[in-house]
Write a protein that binds this ligand. Sequence first.
Ligand SMILES: *Cc1c(COP(=O)(O)O)cnc(C)c1O
Length: 364
Amino acid sequence: MPSAIPAVAHGARLTIDLDAIVANWRRLGAQAPRAECSAVVKADAYGCGLTAVAPALARAGCRTFFVAHLEEGLAARECLPDADIYILNGLAPGAGKSFAAHRLMPVLGSQEELAEWAGISDGALPAALHVDTGMNRLGLHMSEALALAGDPLLARAGIRLLVSHLVSAEKPDEPINARQIEAFAAVRQAHPGIPASLANSSGVFLGAPAHHELLRPGYALFGGNPTPYRAENPMRPVVRLESPILQIRDVEAGDTAGYNGRWQAPSPRRLATLSLGYADGYPRSGSQTGHALVGGVLCPILGLISMDLIILDVTDAPGARRGVMATLIGDGLDVDTVGEAAGTIGYEILTGLGSRYVRSYTGG
Ligand SMILES: *Cc1c(COP(=O)(O)O)cnc(C)c1O
């Protein structure tokens, strides 16, 4: 990171709107007024910066946070002295002391983890219990979870939250949603008095049976669309990615541009070269399929995306000039669209946001 942001940008600029993240957290909470809304801030808060995002959410009233790894939990504890912090990937063998020392709570995913933690906690250190209802990834089998009903082992492990994760929440018509909701309700009923958490961002929009006591959204906090594919996005955009135009050049029909001459001009075109590339986290798979906005005009990315440079066709954008900023994310070009154009999902666009960008935060 540069020690001072130059007045004239040479690289790309990433702007993160902390007020929008807080507004999205409130919006998700309003969807389930009787539940608490936590924040999933794994992967450096989905690329948006844990140390800026998590305290802003805590100041707004968020009390519970989830990360994936112990190392992320340690970083979260540094900036969240009082919050409840859960570690989704559970208890690594022998890591119990670090969890205890920093008041981090594992989401225990197997009988071995449960037994190991019970030995460390002896009822004094809280944790969550992960029950697998269809993902076959982490968590106790349904049968194991049901068999633990009334078992004093749960109290010895300080279990104070039951967790499960939805397979296809962003597709509300998939029958697996109802099956998981029903299975989780059965687990819940077998363990009366222990609060429960099922809904990720999209799960929040599956209605009351998915809500339980604690919502667990990540992606939607950062502006991703939690509602079905191409439905209107109820969340506020959070991320803005812009790059200055370094050069404008005119090419003749038949000229090629970029590595391997992958693009060939069908007619005389005007090109603009932008100051970012795949080394910044912009996916190379967006070559020839992605877009950027110049003066509000949608301009196609052409040729292969380079490490530090992207070429745009700005023939139809009269405002394109050296020094003008092009928008790669923002102004309606949202992370879901950028992900789709690159053959991936908005989650990967966010978590891939590079460290070379000049970052700034607004609000908070
Ligand atoms: C990442 C994750 C979440 C958050 O999911 P989003 O789709 O980003 O809202 C919730 N729960 C678990 C177990 C996760 O791994």
